[in-house]
Design a protein around this ligand. Sequence first.
Ligand code: PMP
Length: 290
Amino acid sequence: MLVNLNGKLVEKEEAKISVFDHGLLYGDGVFEGIRIYDGNIFKLQEHIDRLYNSAKFIMLDIGMTKEQMIKETVRVVAASKIKNGYIRLVVTRGAGDLGLDPRKCPKSFYFIIVDNIKLYPEEFYKKGLDITTVAVRRNISEAINPQVKSLNYLNNVLAKIEAINHGRFEAIMINNQGYVTEATGDNVFIVNSGALYTPPTYMGALEGVTRNTIIEIARKLKIRTEEKIMTRYDLYTADECFLTGTAAEVIPVVKIDAREINGGIPGHITKKLIKEFRKQTKILGVKVKY
Ligand code: PMP
């Protein structure tokens, strides 16, 4: 494991940050999770674009251009020699005083961790997940907008805790109007009568890079694909269901709140999309010269 600590490449043990950093004190910062597949940083540009949009929303000056950030990311990946792994890119408000005022943090701080990824057991991809909806509601857009990938993940952590308390691996979060948003760290899709549906991001979901890749793939495969406002009814009665995310990739869901989906086995459109997605991961993105 190697870390780019604000421009300096260091080992894990040396990668330390100030206890006065507002990223730690207030969750004041933004981040990205990115995958490396066979030396290809999958959709790096898209992740950097989202990072800068998140930063803009919270009025955080990253202090470097997107091109420089891409260079710094590629540099640490090359130095790590990791060809298949995970990148965690974090930008914090930086060190300040103990008050909230971000103006007291003169300079933002970034770090980029490159690590091996522990994939979910292959069994989950073959058999599918049994998940639950939870009582914790997704943040409303007027509070911390879920389209911002900020360091404030307590809303998602609380949903995850609730799922675990129910003996489930993952949760689907509903918004305060009763509409389906997303899972705690993944977007959600359903298939109905051969068409693919996912909730619009304004309902309270992050615009996932994997989500967008799946939409592109589905459209190329001539599968009708639409953003659709959904309730739990749509989940329970779906022909197929799956989650998408950088870490989880594309993972089938076979049970939601004790209702079986597709007789409890992954559906064929889901399997087709997984196959196509895996091909794309090695093609789209930035190739690293090691
Ligand atoms: N929703 C949330 C809340 C997330 O944190 C993530 C990223 N882990 C996703 C969806 C999926 O986004 P992506 O495909 O870009 O990883």
